[in-house]
Ligand binder design. Structure first.
Ligand code: HEM
Length: 495
């Protein structure tokens, strides 16, 4: 704590050394905050606060804490968002962010109601995936969305998936058994201890291999596929990588074009553990699917593939790494799941509640509305903050605590987001309503099966603190914050 205090003092000194404010500062910034330094601009940054504490931006005459929207661009918010969401939930359940010209809805009940209202809140602005993923169901609403929603969903749930669990298992085993052959940049062996980055060794690629398998891509295409996936994902991120993303999509489409031509004539199948065909793979299924009497074009099939891979890669990777990171920091809970396989389901859901890989979804309201006294004109950008709903103390007691035994979280087998019964509620990591993630069940299986095999195969695993990013005291492990763990360095015993 001492070093956190001295860090804040340093930040305060730095801010004092550069007094003055930018023109256009909001009321929040005009007050000199208590206990920490004032700040000049968003570029200069807000001081990083101890986890759980918000930077004091001043108060209104009635004592209401003020919130400066520039905080949303600050590293402090990315690392320590939850105290700011709490201010919003308690004082501004519908917050108008003048700077970014959008609204935030932060309470669990309000978000659930908005998500279920498909007519009142339509989906994200068209073209938001910037051409990289293509025209996907994610960006459609109403009838247009419903027509495309169920083209391949049955492969990702139920019996078809149960019959394919053996494939998920063998992909995990194959990857973990190959750890000995990993590159030196990912793995080092010293004095009977192996140090590896679980991200690059396993979690980054494992979900892509699983999805590649269920889609029906030949095994030989894995490497290309992983490259296309990575390029498309970074192509969504910014202008520098956008071009690379578009190019990757073009390559994927050319590759898919040839496969589609072949599969339209000769569909291929997925098999159960005994070699019995379970069903056609997703690509073959898409080849025979029709919307409004027309077969899907290659472009439409590519967009579906890109969405399935885009939706299922980064998210499941984040879930596996966050779960490992959180469990290893709570040794009693780690021991409990290792002794009782039945607890992995709860560990998965509690991870998604505590630190979900997807923070929320943007919507546009179709009509003028008024919510909690705030008027929201039709066509506004309204962000549903799932991160905040998952930490709403009206629903989850002591929400910042990671506890796989918490009695208020529903973690039944078939997850129904927005579900609420007998004092238990589901988390919101998979969204709610018509766009509820169709990959929820397969990602659950991937994360649970993959983690179970991984952590059972490694002897005495523990976090290699030295190699992991540190928090502001320079010693303790960095919190997960808004972004899933990128690397997870661990040590385990070789004998
Ligand atoms: C932990 C893992 C995952 C998380 C947290 C997650 C989260 C989400 C969320 C929040 C949505 C809703 C978007 C909205 O409301 O606009 C969504 C939609 C979607 N997800 Fe996932 N997802 C995960 C894994 C997967 C997997 C493994 C797949 C595919 C195999 C997948 C495919 C999709 C698709 C296709 C959609 C669009 C659904 C629609 O618009 O109707 N996701 N996901």
């Amino acid at each position: 704590m001492d070093s956190i205090a001295s860090f804040l003092t340093n930040m305060a000194d730095e801010a004092e050394a550069k007094p003055g404010r930018e023109a256009g500062a909001t009321a929040a910034t005009e007050r000199k905050p208590r206990g920490a330094a004032g700040f000049k601009s968003a570029e200069q940054g807000f001081p990083l606060m101890p986890v759980g504490e918000a930077f004091d931006m001043g108060h209104a005459p009635d004592g209401t804490p003020l919130l400066d929207p520039r905080i949303f661009d600050a590293p402090e918010f990315y690392r320590n968002p939850y105290p700011y969401y709490k201010i919003m939930r308690d004082h501004y359940p519908v917050y108008f962010d003048k700077l970014h010209n959008c609204y935030y809805v932060t309470r669990y009940d309000d978000i659930t109601a908005c998500y279920f209202d498909d007519e009142g809140f339509n989906t994200i602005p068209k073209g938001s995936s910037s051409g990289v993923l293509g025209n996907t169901q994610l960006e459609l609403s109403g009838v247009e969305h419903r027509r495309r929603r169920n083209l391949y969903g049955q492969h990702l749930v139920g019996k078809s998936l149960d019959n394919r669990l053996h494939a998920i298992q063998s992909i995990a085993e194959e990857m973990i058994d190959d750890f000995a052959n990993l590159d030196e940049s990912i793995k080092q062996d010293r004095n009977g201890v192996r140090t590896i980055d679980v991200g690059r060794a396993f979690a980054n690629e494992f979900p892509i291999r699983v999805v590649c398998d269920v889609l029906g891509f030949p095994k030989e295409s894995r490497k290309d596929f992983y490259y296309w996936y990575n390029s498309m994902m970074s192509g969504l991120g910014g202008s520098e990588t956008h071009h690379q993303g578009l190019e990757a999509r073009q390559h994927l489409e050319e590759y898919v074009g040839e496969l589609v031509e072949e599969r339209r004539k000769n569909p291929t199948y997925l098999y159960d553990a005994n070699g019995k065909p379970v069903s056609k793979d997703v690509i073959s299924k898409l080849c025979e699917s029709q919307v409004d009497g027309d077969y899907l074009s290659t472009e439409e099939i590519t967009s579906n593939i890109a969405l399935v891979v885009g939706g299922g890669g980064e998210t499941t990777r984040g879930a596996i790494l966050n779960m490992g990171y959180l469990l290893l920091q709570h040794p009693d809970q780690f021991k409990a799941v290792m002794e009782d396989d039945g607890l992995w389901d709860s560990a998965f859901h509690e991870t998604l509640r505590h630190s979900t890989p997807i923070g929320g979804q943007p919507r546009h309201n179709s009509f003028d509305i008024e919510l909690h006294g705030v008027k929201v004109p039709a066509g506004s950008l309204v962000n549903m903050v799932d991160f905040s709903a998952n930490h709403d103390e009206r629903i989850f007691k002591d929400p910042e605590t990671f506890n796989i035994f918490r009695p208020d979280l529903y973690s039944g087998k078939l997850l129904r987001s927005g579900y609420r019964k007998e004092g238990r509620c589901s988390h919101m990591a998979f969204g709610v309503g018509p766009h509820l993630c169709p990959g929820a069940w397969i990602s659950h299986q991937e994360a649970v099966i993959g983690s179970k095999i991984l952590w059972h195969k490694l002897k005495n695993p523990r976090i290699n603190v030295e190699k992991m990013p540190k928090d502001i005291d320079g010693a303790s492990l960095a919190p997960i914050g808004l972004i899933s763990v990128k690397e997870l360095w661990i040590d385990y015993d070789l004998n």
